[in-house]
Design a protein around this ligand. Structure first.
Ligand SMILES: [Mg+2]
Ligand SMILES: [Zn+2]
Length: 200
């Protein structure tokens, strides 16, 4: 028997925390490619991703990007190159009616053992700290099992999208720390699931 708990009483007016989506970038918003995205010329929006971001904005969702970009730490691109790509991406998204509230990158190499490179949770915790997000009520959408692992570790509801460069879902099974709550075809499909979720 479900009893009304005190924190459910505002359900008629969902708090912002019920409408937060954390997105991986490459393989979710734009096509991933071998050898990293090093310039705007290599950045290609995936079909439907800008429409998905517009829908999230229209429905009042707060969207944050959490993305590993080790090409910086590897010396393949500079912070400035990365910022230039980010600026153009944000403008292109805005032109289509979407809005990204914040962008968090881990630019370290794996060997640096930082606490932000996914599957570690530092980028997610940065969002929580800077934007006051309750990660336990947020969605995390990514195309790698390392994204799922980070999201699950923080109690996010996780969605794996198959649109990425390296589909990995064949390895998922219930009980593993990197098993997604839901598998979607692409960001638009993931957003549809988010909006339809009955538990929200
Ligand atoms: Mg990715
Ligand atoms: Zn890092």
């Amino acid at each position: 028997m479900a009893k009304a708990s005190p924190d459910r009483k505002h359900d008629a007016f969902p708090a912002d925390n019920d409408r937060v989506v954390l997105l991986d970038r490459d393989g979710v918003i734009n096509a991933d490619r071998q050898g990293y995205i090093l310039s705007w010329e290599q950045f290609r929006f995936l079909p439907g991703s800008k429409a998905a971001l517009r829908i999230l904005k229209e429905r009042g969702y707060h969207v944050h990007i959490v993305s590993n970009q080790s090409a910086v730490g590897r010396g393949l691109m500079t912070e400035k190159d990365l910022d230039a790509i980010t600026g153009r991406m944000l403008r292109a998204i805005r032109r289509e009616g979407g809005e990204i509230e914040s962008v968090q990158y881990c630019t370290h190499r794996p060997e640096e053992n930082c606490d932000c490179r996914k599957p570690k949770t530092g980028l997610l915790r940065q969002v929580a700290r800077k934007s006051g997000v309750d990660l336990g009520r947020a969605w995390l959408i990514g195309d790698k099992l390392t994204d799922m692992e980070a999201g699950n570790a923080m109690g996010c509801r996780t969605i794996f999208v198959n649109s990425g460069f390296l589909p990995e879902t064949e390895n998922t099974r219930p009980g593993r720390p990197d098993t997604p709550d839901f598998v979607a075809e692409n960001l638009l499909d993931a957003v549809r699931h988010t909006l339809n979720d009955k538990n929200r």
